[in-house]
Ligand binder design. Structure first.
Ligand SMILES: [Zn+2]
Length: 60
């Protein structure tokens, strides 16, 4: 069994930074914890995509 480090799936909304856990739920907010391996976020700009989404919405 390989070690699975998971990440809170709702960290962008619930936390200021990614929350990692070994359980299947976030220990801080209780959201599902997902496998962190494929997480495509850029640690230098974790809110970039969210910000761009807000910007698009603002222009509609
Ligand atoms: Zn969380």
């Amino acid at each position: 069994m390989k070690s699975d480090i998971r990440i809170c799936s709702a960290w962008r909304d619930a936390h200021e930074r990614p929350v990692y856990t070994l359980s299947s739920n976030c220990p801080e907010c209780g959201a599902d914890a997902i496998n962190s391996a494929p997480a495509p976020f850029n640690p230098e700009d974790p809110y970039g995509e969210y910000r761009r989404a807000l910007k698009r919405r603002a222009h509609e």
